[in-house]
Design a protein around this ligand. Structure first.
Ligand SMILES: C[C@@H](N)C(=O)N[C@H](C)C(=O)O
Ligand SMILES: [Zn+2]
Length: 256
């Protein structure tokens, strides 16, 4: 069974759980089909195409003015090269997470602020790439910039990178605050993906950076996201769909 087919079956089980009533469940079990659209989008399709619910959407279409800098699609990241599974620099998210992010963006707008995303949905094959990279002690290309004071061996143990990442469920996002007009990033005390205690809660950082972290955190929590204590940039939608799962379809353009 191919990865897409496997994911489709997983998605089908999720859809099934959410249907209420025996009759509807039985009908869904027999009629519902998951198909992989020609574009590569992962779609949940009802029989006859009556209703289509995408599992992942391009968040930029839902969040006006969202700035994207998808680091793992390029080389400016802790590995130092594009990561497996990132075929396009897109922020794919579940529709629920994208809608929540749109609420955050709207809440920030009156202050002239907006969001810039660094990572969104992360395929399992990308996580596997991180794990393979971690097992090569000679590959230290990104050490000086991203983990200067942490042994590469410890990055997973200390929780800076996950072997089973919430990002693979599509409702987790790495992001920061930017000024609306200029796109200039607000200072957060440490850069994105600096694996260091200073990136975590309670770190000794300048007051302005502390205020910026609090602004981001408050806006994200207000829209239903949970922060991650070790990394100021990492948030997961509390009421996320697809819990306990993980998708592996590559990051590439999805149908609108
Ligand atoms: C690698 C970093 N950007 C991140 O997202 N870390 C968390 C722990 C994860 O990998 O899920
Ligand atoms: Zn993250």
């Amino acid at each position: 069974m191919g990865a897409l087919e496997r994911e489709s079956r997983e998605g089908s089980r999720v859809a099934h759980r959410h249907r209420s009533g025996h009759r509807r469940r039985a009908r869904a079990a027999t009629k519902k089909r998951l198909r992989h659209a020609a574009s590569g989008a992962l779609l949940l399709l009802a029989a006859g195409g009556a209703r289509a619910e995408p599992v992942l959407v391009d968040a930029a279409r839902f969040v006006p003015g969202l700035v994207t800098e998808i680091r793992y699609a390029g080389s400016h990241n802790f590995v130092g090269r594009p990561i497996d599974g990132y075929e396009a620099p897109l922020c794919l998210l579940t529709p629920r997470a994208a809608a929540a992010l749109a609420r955050v963006q709207a809440a920030l707008a009156p202050d002239g602020l907006g969001l810039k995303v660094f990572d969104c949905y992360r395929p399992r094959r990308a996580v596997a790439d991180f794990v393979r990279w971690a097992h090569d002690p000679a590959d230290l290309a990104g050490k000086a910039e991203f983990y200067p004071d942490i042994d590469k061996d410890d990055l997973f143990r200390l929780g800076y990178i996950a072997e089973r990442s919430g990002h693979s469920r599509g409702s987790t996002v790495d992001l920061t605050l930017v000024e609306r007009g200029t796109g200039r990033e607000r200072s957060m005390g440490t850069p994105f993906d600096l694996f260091d205690p200073r990136s975590g809660e309670g770190a000794e950082i300048p007051m302005e950076a502390r205020a910026n972290r609090a602004r981001l955190r408050g806006a994200m929590i207000g829209a239903g996201f949970a922060p991650y204590p070790a990394e100021w940039w990492h948030f997961t939608l509390r009421d996320e769909p697809h819990r306990g799962q993980g998708f592996d379809v590559p990051v590439r353009a999805v149908e609108p």
